[in-house]
Design a protein around this ligand. Structure first.
Ligand code: ZN
Ligand code: ZN
Length: 181
């Protein structure tokens, strides 16, 4: 595309995700598909790239360690200066066009890193894990470890005590037998 201000091109591209797109705990898996819609617009100083990227982000919930697999859509906009742009317009952070090439990967990585939460959750209200036994509370909302023993269990423990006493008595051989007298 030319440098004439106002010139515009729109693309849709599919790329394979580069490594480290995101964080260790949550990110776009390397090699997975990233769909990018991109509009390039020539302005005086360079090319303005406006796009949105749609990708799959996977990771682990920081509260319950359940796996997360979400579609994420991130928008980005970067100005790529022509490499002969005046020096006073360039800064360390400027993207500079290298001939006809523009470094989309850095723009994409910045956008994804900004968009993804550092502390991903499987859901906004994830209750996390039980502090006592590690059960996932979202699977078992009524989960408690109270002092009170469930009545069904206390009944069972009484039943369990009785047969033992009976057995001891019958095996002792000292059961009084009044029938002979
Ligand atoms: Zn969770
Ligand atoms: Zn528990």
């Amino acid at each position: 595309m030319g440098r004439k201000p106002g010139a515009e091109r729109t693309f849709t591209v599919s790329i394979e995700a580069p490594a480290d797109l995101g964080y260790d705990v949550y990110g776009v898996p390397e090699g997975s598909t990233v769909e990018i819609e991109l509009r390039l617009e020539a302005i005086m100083e360079g090319i303005l790239a406006t796009g949105s990227a749609s990708a799959r982000a996977t990771g682990e919930c920081v509260r319950c360690l359940d796996s997360i697999d979400n579609n994420v859509v991130v928008g980005f906009q970067e100005l790529y200066l022509f490499d002969d742009a005046p020096e006073d317009q360039k800064s360390e952070d400027s993207f500079i066009l290298e001939g006809e090439l523009l470094d989309l990967e850095t723009a994409l990585r910045d956008a994804v890193v900004l968009a993804l939460p550092h502390n991903p959750l499987c859901g906004p209200d994830c209750p996390g894990l039980c502090a006592e036994c590690g059960a996932r509370l979202a699977d078992d909302p009524g989960h408690t470890h109270g002092e009170a023993i469930d009545p069904r269990w206390s009944a069972l423990s009484q039943l369990a005590d009785q047969p033992v006493r009976t057995a001891e008595t019958s095996e002792s051989g000292n059961v009084p037998d009044d029938s002979k007298e």
